[in-house]
Design a protein around this ligand. Structure first.
Ligand SMILES: NC(=O)c1ccc[n+]([C@@H]2O[C@H](COP(=O)([O-])OP(=O)(O)OC[C@H]3O[C@@H](n4cnc5c(N)ncnc54)[C@H](OP(=O)(O)O)[C@@H]3O)[C@@H](O)[C@H]2O)c1
Length: 375
């Protein structure tokens, strides 16, 4: 099992990555100042130094972070695998008291290995199904009781729990659409509302785990993208509503790590359900496209979803970006962790005409091609 410290790597490397751009800018400005002084432009050099000093001060003020203390409580939803599990381990390793919400704390006839490994590291685990009113109320009671008994301050609620179903819109049944909406959007709202009094009292932070799909919806996950876009709209409005009494709301976009999480674990079952409900007319229209598509996207659930293979995510940038979202005293609205490929496509999606953009989207998703088998 990867330890969070192994993944997170050397703190100096992380510090360098975070500050390298500003150091390069500072070095360039210093060289220019030296040149201006050397060539006699003393007034310009003085003006430039004042502007640079002001800029640097503003930058450091905006990037200041609070330090995590053991009395800081971080609540994270959906910690059974992937990002939620990794963030729970990470926050605990940083010294926070972590309460991890897990949908199923016991697997039939055997202890949940994930829960055991969280507990081994000192993470407090409690059952939480964000689609259930009762479970959310009970979880809220747990947070209240923990805060009072241990004198903790709820620093952050990390809304991580989420589900995704791959498949073209027409194939997705109403139940599958409602399932995604009820977890990703309504469930997130439900747990946030429940914890709101404690968040308010502590001037805590609401971190909403979003996705690139919120701004750049992709074919095959239109419903999932719609839930993430709605979540983004909600977070944006909420930020202003609660900002007036000192609660921050930030969106955290963690990039892609499908092969290291369980998000595709039930994909085969979802395709089976789509096929069962597909009309004869649709079956005839889509031909073998559906089978090829289902085959292709079910492969992903073979590489993930192994309960016994408990790993934290290996990309250290996810933790660095998350720390900024969690700890910066004057936070930005959105924190994005993205590889170059995502960055490139995101910029191209925004700045190209529709017909190029739509072709680029197809390249990005790389789904099986649309061709009907000749009968
Ligand atoms: N994977 C990616 O590439 C990616 C990219 C961008 C954003 N994200 C976002 O990151 C978040 C975590 O995704 P992940 O990839 O780590 O997926 P994951 O491994 O499947 O984790 C999702 C977690 O949510 C939990 N969950 C599902 N339904 C729930 C419910 N009703 N109540 C409480 N918890 C529930 C799951 O529990 P069970 O296992 O018990 O169902 C699981 O622990 C999601 O919001 C996702 O949209 C993921």
């Amino acid at each position: 099992m990867n330890s969070v410290k192994e993944v997170y790597g050397n703190r100096w490397t992380a510090w360098w990555r975070r500050n390298s751009t500003v150091l390069q800018v500072a070095a360039t400005i210093s060289c220019n100042l030296g040149y201006l002084l050397e060539t006699g432009y003393t007034r310009t050099a003085a003006a430039l130094s004042m502007v640079s000093l002001g800029g640097a001060t503003l930058y450091y003020i905006s990037k200041r972070r609070w330090k995590i203390k053991p009395r800081d409580l971080v609540v994270i939803t959906g910690c059974n695998s992937g990002l939620g599990y990794s963030l729970a381990m990470h926050c605990r390793a940083q010294g926070a008291t972590v309460l991890a919400g897990v949908r199923e704390t016991a697997v039939v006839l055997k202890p949940n290995a994930v829960v055991e490994s969280l507990k081994d590291r000192g993470v407090i685990v409690h059952q939480l199904d964000i689609t259930s009113e009762e479970s959310v109320r009970e979880f809220g009671e747990k947070v209240k009781q923990l805060s009072e008994e241990r004198q903790l301050a709820l620093r952050a609620l990390v809304n991580n729990a989420g589900v995704m179903v791959f498949g073209e819109f027409e194939w997705q049944t109403q139940e599958l659409a409602e399932y995604q909406l009820s977890v990703n959007l309504l469930g997130t709202m439900r747990i946030t509302r429940e914890l709101m009094p404690i968040i308010r009292r502590n001037g805590g932070r609401i971190v909403v785990v979003s996705s690139h799909c919120a701004a750049d919806p992709l074919p095959g996950i239109s419903v999932y993208a719609a839930t993430k876009a709605a979540l983004h709209a909600w977070a944006t409005a909420l930020r202003v509503e609660v900002g007036k009494y000192g609660v921050n709301v930030v969106s955290f976009i963690p990039g892609g790590f499908i092969s290291e999480s369980n998000i595709m674990r039930r994909q085969r079952l979802h395709f089976d359900e789509m096929e069962r409900h597909m009309s004869d007319e649709a079956k005839q229209f889509y031909g073998d496209y559906f089978t090829r598509y289902a085959e292709y996207f079910s492969q992903a659930d073979l590489s993930s979803g192994n309960q016994d293979n408990i790993k934290v995510l290996s990309n250290s940038r996810i933790y660095e970006t998350f720390d900024s979202a969690l700890l910066e005293i004057h936070p930005s609205a959105v924190y994005r962790c993205e590889p170059w490929r995502y960055f490139f496509y995101r910029i191209m999606f925004k700045n190209t005409p529709m017909w190029i953009r739509d072709r680029l989207v197809q390249c990005f998703v790389n789904a099986p091609s649309w061709q009907i088998e000749k009968q």
